[in-house]
Design a protein around this ligand. Structure first.
Ligand code: CTP
Ligand code: MG
Length: 229
């Protein structure tokens, strides 16, 4: 089976508070998405990178041999991924091929961690995801803004991307949630879990943050300037 990357990049970045979508914000001289695509194309095991853009996004992207852009973004991240999987399949990817879904907004992912995920999962029956053991203490908060209780941290992980699953299995798992508008499906692994399988957790790196809030951009820029990725 071959390995493809699928990059959802059809969001508006509302929490970032920028003038335009965060994937086009410049950090250390390059757009966020260009940093992301550079990390993915640095992984020789990935034969192609499919980027999902919003249907009305005129940004030129993906003229490279291994990078193709599809303007099939949906209303939610899960819908964008689902549509991207269809596009990949119509472009010739097979049901048993692996797809590594990676957020455009995770521009600090290290090629070595992507390669390690592929190595850990390519003989796995299910697939898996990069994740980090939780470092902070986890509180269950009530609607009155006070702590309900403290949850045990042991065994808790923060999910990152890439998340690597078979194209056919992921498409089928997501399809089950299409009618509900993909409610509650915030990553690929959650869809796979609902379908009854147990994804492998592969320890990534704390640097693989998703730029989300305004304050994340300064951190990302400093790391990129320092050549951390
Ligand atoms: N994404 C997408 N299609 C959507 C929503 C999100 O392809 N309908 C992509 C984003 O472009 C991003 C990734 O999914 O690369 C992770 O989503 P998130 O960090 O939530 O980005 P946004 O949805 O753009 O930001 P926000 O939620 O703050 O509006
Ligand atoms: Mg979002």
């Amino acid at each position: 089976p071959r390995c493809y990357a699928l990059v959802p990049a059809a969001g508006s970045g509302s929490r970032a508070g920028l003038a335009g979508p965060k994937q086009y914000h410049r950090l250390a001289g390059r757009r966020v998405i260009d940093h992301t695509l550079a990390a993915l194309t640095a992984v020789p095991a990935l034969v192609g990178v499919a980027v999902v853009l919003a249907p009305d996004d005129p940004t030129p992207l993906g003229d490279g041999e291994r990078v193709r852009a599809w303007r099939v973004g949906g209303a939610t991240r899960a819908e964008s991924v689902f549509n991207g999987l269809q596009a990949l399949a119509s472009a010739g990817a097979r049901a048993h091929d692996w797809v590594l879904v990676h957020d455009a907004a995770r521009c600090l992912v290290r090629p070595a961690d992507i390669a390690a995920l592929i190595e850990a999962c390519r003989d796995d029956p299910v697939g898996g995801l990069l994740a980090m053991p939780l470092a902070d203490t986890l509180k269950d908060g009530a609607s009155d803004g006070r702590v309900e209780h403290t949850l045990p941290r042991e065994g808790k992980w923060l999910a990152q991307t890439p998340q690597m699953f078979r194209l056919g299995a992921l498409r089928a798992a997501l399809q089950r949630h299409q009618a509900s508008g993909f409610a509650g499906i915030t990553d690929e692994a959650s869809a796979i879990e609902h379908a009854g399988a147990r994804p492998r957790l592969v320890r990534g790196h704390a640097q693989n943050i998703k730029v989300t809030y305004p304050e994340d951009f300064a951190v990302a820029e400093a790391l990129l300037q320092a050549g951390a990725a």
